[in-house]
Design a protein around this ligand. Sequence first.
Ligand SMILES: Nc1nc2c(ncn2[C@@H]2O[C@H](COP(=O)(O)OP(=O)(O)OP(=O)(O)O)[C@@H](O)[C@H]2O)c(=O)[nH]1
Ligand SMILES: [Mg+2]
Length: 327
Amino acid sequence: MTPIDIYPEETNIAVWGPTQSGKDWLYKGFAKELEDYYSPRAVDFDFILQEKHGTDPYVPVIAEPPKDIAPTTFGEDYIHSFIRRPKPGVMNSNYSASILTHYINFHNNRGADLVAAVLDRDRFEEAYFSITKSQYLLILLDPLFDKSSKEKLDSNEIIPVPSDDDDSNEYPDVALQPGIGKDEYFKILTKLLQTLAETQSASRYLAICITKTDAIKIKNNNPWALLERVFGNKISRLFNNYRTVFNMEMFATSAAGYTKVRGIHQPNFAHGRLVDENHWDPFNCAAPFFWMFQNREIEHIKRTSNFLNKEHNLRKYIRYPLPRQNI
Ligand SMILES: Nc1nc2c(ncn2[C@@H]2O[C@H](COP(=O)(O)OP(=O)(O)OP(=O)(O)O)[C@@H](O)[C@H]2O)c(=O)[nH]1
Ligand SMILES: [Mg+2]
């Protein structure tokens, strides 16, 4: 059966996050979680992510474990399609409103450019446009800001070393720094949210993702409460103030995920890499994408229904899975 092509136009999804905040890992985690967690467990649907190169047809994304991923050096677009399709044999009329293909243009960029673009839009125009022109934006917050650079080096994490031929001395310090502090986050996020509000054309969707949650001791099933605990109430209030301006949701994610050691869940991450690649189970990396797709689909139903059938169509709509709860 062919999914309904109701969105021939691309969904522009951009990601914003400081240097080394986990942008590449999160996107890889999204593909893996669809393939290994959601598709086998979901009773009704398969979730399929496909990629396209040039004029070739779409092919399924192979969810490779993140290994030796170099810091991103330039802006890149991933042309993908995402399909939610009923599993064979479970078709009935209720599913038709919920079968969809989304064509995605996912804009990834170097953290340094994304931070610098907030401070100086003219010099970092490309990154500026990718974040302001995308109706859907993931904003990544790295909770490991209090880890000293020494600890990071000891744990073998890859620190981006500017090469001789780049123009890194034009970047403000905060842009190149992995693990920026709370105060710097507050300043940058204030500017980012202001900029997004000023350049808003259609309603914007912001998925705020606290990344690397495997590495923090605090556990909380409410990501808004987690934000306040980890980033403090200034940042939490800042986001709360914008809840009436944007469609906004908070997610606690871990691209590394957890693995069981002698029956106990442990972070599947040490010394800059996955501990057990064979049991790589990213946690809630799909959730922000599900939230975006669901909102887009509900908006579509509202737009295309009339006064008489709107309620009925919305009732028939089958929602995406909710975020997973803490380990
Ligand atoms: N503990 C833990 N560490 C993570 C996780 N995701 C990423 N990391 C670490 O963070 C590093 C940076 O991740 P990337 O995804 O490359 O970060 P980025 O935001 O794309 O960085 P730039 O391209 O430099 O802007 C990785 O090399 C890992 O060491 C996670 O879920 N848990
Ligand atoms: Mg990157």
